[in-house]
Design a protein around this ligand. Sequence first.
Ligand SMILES: CC(C)(COP(=O)(O)OP(=O)(O)OC[C@H]1O[C@@H](n2cnc3c(N)ncnc32)[C@H](O)[C@@H]1OP(=O)(O)O)[C@@H](O)C(=O)NCCC(=O)NCCS
Length: 290
Amino acid sequence: MPELTIRLLETPEDIAAVERLQSLVWPGSDIEIVPAHVLLTATHNGGLVIGAFLDDELVGFVFGFPGLEFVPDGPRPKHCSHMMGVHPGHRSLGVGYALKRAQWQMVRHQGLDHVTWTYDPLLSRNAHLNISRLGAVCNFYRRSEYGELRDGLNAGLPTDRFQVDWWINSQRVARRMGERAHHSFGLDHFIQAGVQGLYPVQTGPGGLPRPPEHFSPPGGRLVLAEIPSDFHDIKAKDFPLARDWRFFCREVFENLFAAGYLVTDFVYDRSGNAPRSLYVLTHGEATLEE
Ligand SMILES: CC(C)(COP(=O)(O)OP(=O)(O)OC[C@H]1O[C@@H](n2cnc3c(N)ncnc32)[C@H](O)[C@@H]1OP(=O)(O)O)[C@@H](O)C(=O)NCCC(=O)NCCS
């Protein structure tokens, strides 16, 4: 297995490789990729394009730039992480985690303490990486964030997103960035702790998971909200069902966030016949970890 090398990308040659990789990760629409001139301008102005190489092949990148958030005291600097992509043939091997770890080190070096980004809350792999492995938290649901996207991963569905907060100087994140860190609580752990599952997910025709008609807002301090483990598969096999999941997920998380819940963890449980994917939400300060 060749060794993974992570480094900053700043030359026109390196950035052209990022353009090509984006077209592979988001196929079908060249309009949806960030062009080289924008990436280069960003890198000359505090932005970070970080690449992951196996031998000499670029297999992943993450791109972000400094931004401002508007808090009651006025504008505050942060890093806005805009895109991460890993070559389809090299996913689930730790490349995404290694890229975010490098971003964590570099953004801290720039003196910032907050990184935000958005992702589709129905993508279990992204959720596992962002929430469980990296220690990001979320209480911000953004409806139709990008309007209509035309690339192969997003076409036809409202582009609802979670906006996550990654507090890169916190102990929570430092623990998950440690060399030996591999944080995970199994589903059993939460069930034994009496955590409330918010709704049942039934299996429908074709063996695909179906959302319930409605969900009732919870009363507990620690709750579990289940999503499909493979949303891309549902999109490919039953598009109306994928839309049902989008609107159900919107209802659940808009309600939970309005009621004061925060996504603090994610469970990807592979112990049963079929994998299960569940967000862990806490009300107030309650977590199993602290
Ligand atoms: C999201 C993406 C960047 C992640 O990169 P990656 O290299 O696959 O990420 P990693 O391997 O570091 O982490 C993925 C984790 O999810 C796990 N995983 C795999 N399938 C999963 C699933 N269905 N549900 C939950 N977790 C899953 C992997 O085992 C791994 O966890 P582990 O390290 O604990 O074993 C990559 O999948 C990708 O390019 N996706 C398409 C573009 C995209 O969605 N970009 C992000 C938004 S801009």
